[in-house]
Design a protein around this ligand. Structure first.
Ligand SMILES: [Fe+2]
Length: 279
């Protein structure tokens, strides 16, 4: 897959729960999230052409500690493209703000909302964090902010980033810790037809849904994935299914196309026909 225009955004989204640092070495005693993130960085760096940008839709770290963000920055440093981050429920605003201060895109105070105008696709990032809560919220202040930002540039195709998805996933335990303020948010989104995609995190799986006239989706995790289980009483569990990321491809005149890719060393490539070149 190659961008057909230099202005085309081939945005890789290095997915959500990086959880790159954990005191005991492995998250939940099982997952080496730091190694997983290193492999994700390596996978993104090996893409040709290189994506214009990586967005990480939270959670960035496990407990919101300064040391965790320091370690995360070390792990992300080899990425050969700019990185944008938004907070998830495991993040803490002030240490996160401090960790990325040199990159200049996070506001100095209050919510970690921001707009990026530098790319062919405009990016509007929305902070859904409620400190100490697994679920997210869009309060009146944040709803007014996103409405104002979207109204300011109605003709530019836009990516909206937020950690908590604004739709019900069917995974009961995760939906219990969903997003409050969803109905009012949907009313706002319906008024802004330029939104190509709402990119979310939180679920540790690739999930898509139609939402308020656009498409909203969650990215897979770069580490462990949520077990797919629709029983209402199913406990929350994870499995070491292949980690992944999403690559969003856009060029003028076409709608955004999202590819979900697995990270890892897989057998192949093989030829469909023997006369086909292997590379
Ligand atoms: Fe989360």
């Amino acid at each position: 897959m190659k961008p057909m225009s230099q202005r085309g955004e081939a945005n890789a989204r290095c997915s959500n729960h990086g959880h790159p640092y954990y005191v005991a070495g492995k998250a939940m005693g099982v997952v080496d999230t730091a190694s997983a993130l290193e492999q994700a960085v390596s996978a993104l760096n090996s893409l040709d052409p290189l994506p214009d940008l990586t967005v990480i839709t939270g959670d960035l770290v496990e407990s919101g500690e300064v040391e965790e963000y320091d370690y995360l920055c070390t792990l992300l440093a080899p990425l050969r493209m700019p990185v944008l981050t938004i907070p998830g429920n495991h993040d803490a605003r002030e240490p996160m703000r401090e960790a990325f201060v040199a990159d200049g895109y996070l506001p100095r105070r209050r919510f970690l909302n921001y707009v990026i105008e530098d790319h062919a696709l405009r990016i509007v990032a929305l902070d859904t964090l409620v400190p100490g809560e697994p679920g997210g919220a869009l309060c009146q202040e944040r709803l007014l902010w996103v409405d104002r930002m979207l109204a300011a540039t109605p003709d530019r195709p836009t990516l909206l980033l937020m950690h908590h998805p604004p739709f019900v996933t069917g995974v009961g335990r995760m939906d219990q810790h969903g997003l409050s303020g969803r109905a009012a948010f949907a009313e706002i989104i319906l008024r802004h037809s330029q939104i190509e995609r709402i990119l979310c995190g939180h679920l540790h799986r690739a999930i898509e849904s139609r939402f308020a006239g656009t498409i909203a989706g969650t990215a897979p995790s770069t580490a462990h994935q949520l077990v797919l289980d629709f029983r209402p009483e199913a406990p929350l569990r994870f499995a070491l299914e292949p980690p992944g990321y999403q690559l969003h491809y856009w060029r003028e005149g076409m709608s955004l196309v999202t590819h979900t890719a697995a990270i890892g060393d897989w057998a192949g490539p093989y030829r469909f026909r023997k006369e086909t070149p292997i590379n």
